[in-house]
Design a protein around this ligand. Structure first.
Ligand code: PXP
Length: 253
């Protein structure tokens, strides 16, 4: 378990852009375009703090070709999302991204549906985290629901970051439901921060729901956003879509 280190509140939030959705569109037609690597270059030049990609076990969107090219062309931060499968862990160790984010993976899901059960998979996660750290990867995050037991288990497993699953917040149907979820989220972020974990967040964050999230959870230092930005890019272009999100993420409360 990490010794709790004094982390200060982040001054600014990093915006990491998930480009999986570009690969999904490409692969739907079994085409060469649109190229997620091209999207990564544009997003980075537009001011994004880094790029996120998730080579799933079935390679349904990001392929090995994309992974190797992203490693070469992305100059800022690379976040490699991965399951605990041996073969993908080996690929991640080879690529040595700045950040490896472990997520659960089920073949039948359309997107990542829930956080990791860190308690259930404690032993396996400890091994995988150690392997990633020994490969030289500085930040290892676990994607978890805002559940205090899971967060404590994350620190025990040896990770140094947590990515809070914001999906339930994004799909909440009423102000009351949103309020309850965000109270849980704020508490989870506070506990993670006190345990010395850096706090990231992602899933379903968009141009309109981000401001309330940011006001409520001051411990978040990094967010991973994909679907909202890639969707908006269809109408305004990727550069503008990224810059609009940068204003939302980094702007005043
Ligand atoms: N974080 C994780 C762990 C994810 O699996 C995803 C979805 O790919 C995201 C963040 C980004 O979610 P969205 O595409 O809804 O912005």
């Amino acid at each position: 378990m990490n010794p709790p280190t004094e982390l200060t509140l982040p001054n600014e939030i990093n915006l990491m852009i998930n480009i999986d959705h570009v690969a999904t569109l490409r692969n739907a037609r079994q085409e060469q375009f649109p190229d997620p690597v091209h999207a990564a270059v544009i997003a980075e030049q537009a001011g994004a703090d880094g790029i996120v990609f998730h080579p799933r076990e079935d390679r349904r969107h990001i392929t090995d070709r994309d992974v190797y090219l992203l490693k070469q062309v992305v100059h800022k931060k690379l976040d490699f999302e991965l399951s605990m499968a041996d073969e993908v862990v080996a690929l991640c160790c080879e690529i040595q991204p700045h950040l490896a984010t472990l997520v659960p993976e089920r073949r039948e899901e359309v997107t990542t549906e829930e956080g990791l059960d860190v308690i259930k998979h404690q032993d396996r996660l400890k091994d995988v985290i150690k392997r990633l750290q020994e490969a030289g990867i500085e930040e290892v995050a676990l994607f978890v629901d805002p559940d205090l037991h899971q967060i404590e288990a994350t620190a025990k497993a040896g990770a140094n970051c947590i990515e809070l699953h914001t999906g339930d917040y994004a799909i909440a149907k009423s102000e009351a439901e949103r309020g309850i979820i965000m109270a849980r989220m704020a508490k989870a972020a506070q506990v993670a921060h006190n345990l010395g974990l850096r706090v990231h967040a992602g899933h379903g964050l968009d141009y309109s729901n981000f401001s309330f999230f940011k006001r409520t959870v001051p411990h978040v230092s990094e967010v991973s956003i994909g679907f909202a930005i890639i969707s908006r890019a269809l109408f305004v272009g990727l550069e503008q879509a990224v810059q609009e999100m940068l204003r939302v993420v980094k702007g005043p409360l």
